[in-house]
Ligand binder design. Structure first.
Ligand SMILES: [Zn+2]
Ligand SMILES: [Zn+2]
Length: 292
């Protein structure tokens, strides 16, 4: 009996692990592709039909921790404009305590989402909005419902108590991904570009957060859909976006191209001298959160 029980447990564990990896990767991909690169930065364009399709998929996949695209975009544009200063919504340099940083981010996000605070006009507009998904179908009871669905999968497949250890991550995947990027991306790693902030490139092949951990590159080239600039850097989400471009789902033709030219860097000196504000697509005025 024991000999037969072991493979069964193994199969059940693989089923749970597969669900976890799939949910993690798809959630962080949609946060990066839809909320960040498309919603906050307008690095590429999509037809209204494809935007709605991707909006629905982001809502469906992120489930219990679905992020409101408008609140995400405003919060994130604030991050670029005030990176690693007192006014940055999430800076591990300014806010050294990890949990305090997370709590502050959550409070600012909620205030923006519930429209309780005035927003600087330059951070407004150009992000996808869909009242049905972003408000009507983003309530607490629905989030709990998603959480119950994830739990039912675990109940169906888990054969030992320890197999439930990954379950709580499913409930909070959005904040977990945000925390990893916001903390590690401004604290751990190397820098390709000089800048006033503390942005870092944490991993050279960022499978963990689909390219989001190239923060130093991204703060330099805020409008580029490719977060990798050097020969050894790989941005997985960008590779998927390239395929979507080939399929005609997104349009990369107007996208900014990130460059790695060490000689240029030496010639121009500090990043301050090289930054030129450029308006994101769909926004009326130039803004400092776009990078070069
Ligand atoms: Zn950043
Ligand atoms: Zn950004």
């Amino acid at each position: 009996m024991a000999a037969r029980a072991a493979p069964a447990a193994y199969v059940n564990f693989v089923a749970i692990l597969a669900f976890f990896v799939l949910h993690w990767q798809l959630s962080v991909y949609f946060q990066s592709f839809f909320h960040h690169r498309y919603g906050a930065h307008r690095q590429f364009t999509m037809s209204k039909g494809w935007e709605r399709t991707m909006h629905f998929l982001a809502w469906f996949i992120q489930g219990s921790s679905y992020l409101n695209p408008r609140a995400y975009a405003i919060l994130h544009r604030m991050h670029h404009a005030y990176s690693d200063t007192e006014r940055d919504p999430h800076s591990p340099v300014y806010q050294r305590n990890f949990f305090k940083m997370m709590w502050r981010t959550k409070a600012i996000y909620e205030d923006i989402k519930e429209r309780r605070v005035p927003i600087e006009p330059r951070f407004e507009g150009g992000y996808p909005e869909w009242k049905l998904l972003d408000e009507t179908l983003s309530t607490m009871p629905l989030a709990v419902g998603w959480g119950v669905l994830y739990s039912l999968y675990y109940i169906a497949f888990a054969t030992h108590w320890w197999m439930f250890l990954l379950l709580p991550f499913h409930w909070f995947l959005g904040p977990v991904h945000g925390a990893i990027v916001n903390w590690a991306g401004h604290k751990l790693g190397y820098r390709n570009y000089e800048s006033d902030d503390n942005s870092k490139n944490t991993l050279v092949f960022d499978v963990l957060t689909m390219g989001e951990l190239f923060q130093n590159n991204h703060h330099k080239w805020g409008q580029s859909p490719n977060f990798a600039v050097r020969i050894f850097e790989i941005d997985p989400a960008y590779q998927i976006i390239r395929v979507l471009d080939l399929l005609g789902i997104v349009d990369l033709s107007g996208a900014q191209r990130a460059r790695w030219t060490p000689r240029d860097e030496r010639a121009t000196g500090s990043l301050k001298a090289t930054i030129k504000a450029k308006a994101p697509l769909g926004l009326a005025t130039p803004s400092p959160m776009d990078g070069e």
